[in-house]
Design a protein around this ligand. Sequence first.
Ligand code: G6P
Length: 362
Amino acid sequence: DASDIEKGTYAHYMLKEIDEQPFVIRNIVQKYQDENHNIVLDNDIRQAMLNTDRVYIIACGTSYHAGLVGKQLIENLANIPVETHIASEFMYNMPLLSEKPLFIFISQSGETADSRGVLVNIKELGHKALTITNVPGSTLSREADYTLHTYAGPEIAVASTKAYTAQMAVLAILAGEAAKAKGIALDFDLIKELSIVANAMETLCDRKEELEQIAKDFLATTRNAFFIGRGIDFYVGLEGALKLKEISYIQAEGFAGGELKHGTIALIEKGTPVIALATQKHVNLSIRGNVKEVVARGANPCIISMDGLNDESDAFVVPAVHEILSPLVSVLPLQLISYYAALHRDCDVDKPRNLAKSVTVE
Ligand code: G6P
């Protein structure tokens, strides 16, 4: 309950929750380790991952965006096919299911009606479900077979920040454990890489002034903004656009870099802000090519890249982390840019119009 949680010196819960992210990741790393520094995961969950031939991730809003990254994590690390679906769509347009589906519900609150509707349906069909939630004991947690806790602490601001990065960290741990169960050896130490992520987040939280300036330069008066990326960066762009829409009311859309030319590029005018993410080596050149295409049409480009892949003209460079964990780091500048854009446009950051923290109606 908001009244029980103090904002302290913070002007808004959202800013406080953004700042909490390094601690949340460290907390997750700790909670999922035993005293010998081995990752601990319920054996039933490990078995469920081992037994399934296809994972179906179901979620809404920001949790859906974490689910898109979760697909990459589970497919890349554990070699299990994954589909990520918007709950309200899955409800009425259920795809053909594989022989041994496993459902993963991602929900900060654990109370979202659209997700619960799907859970009820798939349980009736006799399928197993795992809920990843910030509220153990919530409806989605109680009604699923298994629960993984995101340990982010109460999230009060309507726009989700720390719950999103926590969900992705837990998905990475789940993917890593599923790989181990399948006898796939990871070529990196996940716990160590998550600790590097936490440190990188901390560095970013200390660079608020730069991001406030970017918000002023690119978003002070604009009517719209685009976020582009490829692969995992595309998914982070979707989340960046959602954050901006939710709290600043700027019309924002996330697009796959290569898809721009098939329609959206028609919307680019002189000065249109295009925020491009460049954290993935194998698509670094192609996303930069997409930026050139929009710049040629007058766009105002804001490239957010990862150290090592950066160019001199990039607006903001995040510290290098393991590529597959980059969303946990690259989303931070997007959260902060949205925060400052909303602040300077006099919007109600913590309680945006027309939105609710948890939507318990279909
Ligand atoms: C609402 C909130 C979003 C959230 C979505 C899903 O729309 O405003 O911030 O992402 O619900 O919520 P959940 O609790 O299921 O993650």
